[in-house]
Design a protein around this ligand. Structure first.
Ligand code: NAD
Ligand code: GLY
Length: 366
């Protein structure tokens, strides 16, 4: 990634007493005041993993200078986003004597962010957390909005809490070391914002995808800023997902079924969401909401990002079973996020079941 100086930007997520800044830019990990301005000054514990620690923990420590920082370095992977791992974080919090005037610093991707966020939500009945996201996916999605969780064998993110961070520091420099596949997975969530809320951004993505894939810092900065601005707006309107926030789940009901059926970690979350968005577009097309050309555009922008557009052959029956475990199910009916047009999404249970089954059969077999 070419080092370029870009203007950093601070967005504000408007949640009354839980309001917080989202700083986006280059070199932000070297600016300790972004943390000290937002966090209580008791003991701090950084939670990270064995991949991210050698890359970025020394830099964070150097920036913090003399300030003591206890550390908890976890194994890397979605399979460690568990109650057992959470126990390790609580042990580290206890060993570091982190009290209510202390804080957790979550340094890593969405796995670390969700797990450390949940530890902070529950330790001493809730302490401050700073999210320092280091993957594209976590910078555009998981670090913002306060959803924290660990997985249960019965399903992903089943044990969790809403706990807003005190600050989000998205240092774009960290994207330089991100594996290519993870970068592409993050782009799925970026495309999502264009599809659900912003057709101009979708057009921009179609034109600028090569720059994003080449990790052009200015292009990445713009993509992260627009994504976070859209997410901040939706979360401000509906912090606990009783309404419009559910639109952020475009492709996720289909995607979670793919992730679960294929075994977590085999398909990355962003890859499964990518196919899920194509299936949501196909369902919207079958309902007559999107034209064939619109559906093709969705497929094409997903493919441009180097993401899969073809579903694994799970079988429609299996997919429907898994989709019926989705958190958005109400009264036994699967609510789907579908596209009224490109740039406008709706959450609905009001669609023909047969039509969904036929889209799934076409894509996944019977
Ligand atoms: P991840 O946290 O597993 O990170 C992906 C991989 O990249 C890991 O191997 C990680 O160690 C590595 N990595 C992280 N930063 C790196 C860097 N800068 N350089 C090199 N390697 C780096 O995955 P993710 O895609 O960031 O997050 C996925 C998780 O986020 C899932 O558990 C998902 O459920 C969750 N999620 C949560 C929300 C939310 O709102 N809370 C939203 C979307 C996803
Ligand atoms: N990732 C969906 C949400 O935060 O609501």
């Amino acid at each position: 990634m070419t080092p370029v100086t870009i203007e950093s930007q601070t967005l504000h997520i408007d949640l009354g007493e839980r309001a917080y800044p989202i700083h986006i830019g280059s070199g932000l990990m070297d600016q300790p005041t972004l943390l000290s301005a937002a966090l209580p000054m008791g003991p701090w514990l950084v939670v990270t993993n064995e991949t991210v620690a050698p890359l970025y923990l020394p830099r964070l420590r150097k920036a913090l200078g003399d300030r003591p920082l206890a550390e908890c370095i976890l194994k890397d992977g979605e399979q460690y986003k568990t109650v057992e791992t959470l126990g390790r974080v609580y042990d580290a919090l206890a060993a570091a004597r982190v009290t209510r005037d202390g804080a957790v610093l979550a340094l890593g991707g969405g796995v670390v962010g969700d797990l450390a966020g949940f530890a902070a939500a529950t330790w001493n009945r809730g302490i401050a957390v700073a999210q320092l996201p280091t993957t594209l996916l976590s910078q555009v999605d998981s670090s913002v909005g306060g959803k924290t969780a660990v997985n249960h064998p019965a399903g992903k993110n089943l044990i969790g809490a809403f706990h807003q961070p005190a600050v989000v520091v998205a240092d774009l420099d960290s994207l330089a070391t991100l594996p290519e596949r993870e970068l592409r997975a993050g782009l799925a969530e970026v495309i999502k914002y264009g599809l659900i809320a912003d057709s101009d951004f979708l057009e921009w993505l179609e034109a600028e995808m090569p720059r994003l894939l080449a990790r052009d810092v200015a292009a990445l900065a713009y993509a992260v800023q627009v994504s976070c601005a859209t997410k901040a707006k939706m979360v401000s309107l509906d912090e606990r997902e009783t309404g419009p926030r559910a639109l952020l789940n475009l492709g996720h009901t289909f995607g979670h079924a793919i992730e679960a059926a294929m075994g977590y970690g085999n398909w990355l979350h962003g890859e499964a969401v990518a196919v899920g968005m194509v299936l949501a577009a196909e369902t919207s097309g079958a309902l007559g909401w999107l034209s064939g050309a619109d559906v093709a555009r969705v497929r094409s922008v997903v493919a441009q990002a180097g993401l899969p557009v073809v579903s694994p052959r799970l079988g429609a029956q299996k997919a429907l079973e898994l989709m019926s475990l989705d958190k958005k199910v109400q009264g036994g009916r699967i609510r789907l996020v579908l596209l009224r047009s490109l740039g406008e999404a709706v959450v609905t249970a009001d669609y023909d079941r047969g039509l969904l089954a036929s889209v799934l059969q076409q894509a996944m077999g019977t």
